[in-house]
Ligand binder design. Structure first.
Ligand code: C5P
Length: 228
């Protein structure tokens, strides 16, 4: 695509869940499908951007998009940080595991340990870095890259979700926060969702329920308004 509002821009998007290994065959994961991040990548590519998608999801890669495969939060952090300097826009749509197993078994964890051992192992977890916070901090006072965060909120009323999301926008200090309501059967793995776009000093904009492609187009419309 040689024409469009994002021609000449490099956008780097993370999508899907991370997988934190316990041993060579098992991992801790989450329900993120990657669909929203992939839809954002496809939409940006249609608008002429050079798109890098950093993801563990196994969805078809949209045409013209470069995929950087990752597994863990630490992989994702390394790949995002390596590309931040060249990015005009960063979108952290990935559901990053907040914790990972402290130790990764070199061999498969067995059901039986031996006489006197406990019935079941205990998995110790350690904190993963907040990748989004690191990207915002590394940018410092610069206005580039424009940084978009996502917030998956569980709430029973929209008011709740908005309340949590605006607090999160202040904490995360990103330029745009896309907040969506999640829960079993809501958003994760679905083709549509309802989101709120929050920007500092602006009224929130609600989109949906709408197809994730429609939501993606609204997100890029909002981002384009702010690009220098
Ligand atoms: O605080 P919370 O996890 O809800 O924030 C969500 C946002 O932060 C998303 O954009 C997600 O990609 C990002 N995030 C991150 N590193 C983490 C956890 C979340 O970059 N360890």
């Amino acid at each position: 695509v040689t024409e469009g509002p994002l021609v000449g821009r490099h956008v780097v998007i993370s999508a899907g869940g991370t997988r934190e290994p316990l041993d060579p065959v098992r991992y801790l994961g989450n329900r993120s499908s990657g669909k929203q991040g992939y839809a954002l990548a496809a939409s940006a590519a249609r608008r002429g951007a050079r798109v890098t998608l950093v993801s563990s999801a196994s969805l078809p890669v949209p045409g013209g998009v470069e995929l950087v495969p990752i597994e863990t939060a630490l992989d994702l952090q390394r790949e995002m940080n390596a590309r931040a300097g060249d990015a005009d826009v960063i979108v952290m749509a990935a559901a990053v595991a907040d914790f990972r197993p402290a130790e990764v078994g070199a061999t498969k964890i067995k059901k039986k340990f031996g006489a006197g051992d406990p019935e079941a192992p205990t998995v110790e977890l350690v904190r993963n870095p907040d990748i989004l916070a690191g990207l915002v901090e590394a940018r410092g006072e610069a206005r580039r890259p424009y940084i978009v965060g996502f917030a998956a909120e569980t709430g029973d009323a929209d008011g709740d979700v908005l309340h949590h999301a605006s607090a999160k926008l202040e904490r995360k200090k990103c330029d745009l926060l896309v907040a969506n309501e999640v829960g079993a059967g809501v958003t994760f793995g679905q083709d549509s969702s309802t989101v709120h776009l929050l920007r500092p000093g602006r009224e929130p904009v609600t989109v949906g329920p709408a197809d994730k492609n429609v939501i993606s187009d609204t997100v890029w419309d909002a981002v384009q308004e702010e690009l220098l």
